[in-house]
Design a protein around this ligand. Structure first.
Ligand code: NAI
Length: 258
């Protein structure tokens, strides 16, 4: 049995992932703002450093994998938080855990992206580049130019940046070369508290108007199954992949874009 760090473990898909791993007998060290082993605020550098350190202490210095599910939806007035948690809250923790993941051998990481990276028209490339350059102020300035309409661009650029970071890491000597698999799970509309908040805060039409060819919403427990699979030996050959788990929305918009 392995030891896994799961961020966002108090709710939604992170919680479902943690429950699924525990039901298999694995040890999970959850990170979130409440109700978990490591209570930390991933929106600040000090919170991220504290979380990274405390997870390693609680894990007894061994990590077989990590699931980075903590994140915020694109809601007006939250651009900075969205970029801090969705991008920096993933990459800074994973970078801090990399030596421990490498030492475990054949470890695996699942980063939560989003199908918004392909569904949002004109994701601002300069914001993505700024995040990848760790220029938080620059990224905020770029999305700020969209004024009151900035929220979806802040969200999509944070998810595109974290996806690119994951794919770059996945194939690098420091990660692939050290036996660490890094992959991205890109959910579509999944029935979680985050989605309910989006609907309650003015995005009902956007959520309900999104084409989902098979209809309905995804279930967090099913996402937990995918996470467990992506951490299992069956995923040994999976590296740098982006798995769209979205009922067909990405295929709908990009049918022949391959
Ligand atoms: P959720 O809101 O149910 O869970 C997210 C968790 O992240 C919460 O427990 C929250 O407390 C935690 N979190 C937020 N800010 C934090 C902070 N500053 N420090 C520590 N923890 C913090 O959301 P859900 O839907 O389970 O989302 C999981 C991931 O999937 C997120 O990264 C989200 O962006 C992504 N996603 C969700 C979709 C959906 O339809 N629900 C669609 C596509 C992507």
């Amino acid at each position: 049995m392995g030891t896994y760090a799961v961020t966002g473990a108090a709710s939604g898909m992170g919680r479902a992932s943690a429950e699924r791993l525990r039901s298999d007998g694995h040890t999970v060290v959850g990170v979130d703002l409440r109700d978990v082993e490591v209570v930390a605020d991933l929106s600040t550098p000090t919170g991220r450093t504290a979380a990274a350190t405390e997870v390693l202490e609680r894990a007894g210095g061994r990590l077989d994998g990590a699931v980075c599910a903590a994140g915020l939806g694109g809601i007006p007035g939250r651009d900075r938080l969205v970029q801090q948690v969705n991008f920096f809250g993933v990459v800074e923790l994973l970078e801090a855990w990399r030596p421990t993941l490498a030492a475990a051998g054949n470890s695996k990481v699942v980063v939560f992206g989003s199908n918004s990276v392909t569904l949002t028209p004109m994701v601002p490339e300069r914001a993505v580049r700024a995040l990848l350059d760790r220029d938080a102020d620059g990224a905020l300035r770029v999305v700020g130019r969209f004024g009151k309409r900035s929220a979806p661009f802040a969200y999509a650029s944070s998810k595109l940046a974290v996806t690119r970071w994951a794919r770059r890491a996945a194939i690098s000597p420091e990660w692939a070369g050290a036996g660490i698999r890094v992959n991205v799970l890109a959910p579509g509309i999944i029935a979680t508290p985050l989605l309910e908040e989006q609907i309650a805060r003015g995005q009902k039409e956007a959520v309900e108007g999104l084409p989902v060819p098979i209809g309905g919403r995804g279930r967090p427990a099913d996402v937990g199954e995918w996470v467990a699979f992506m951490l299992s030996p069956a995923a040994d050959f999976l590296c740098g992949s982006v798995i769209f788990l979205d009922g067909g929305s990405d295929a709908y918009f990009r049918t022949d874009d391959w």
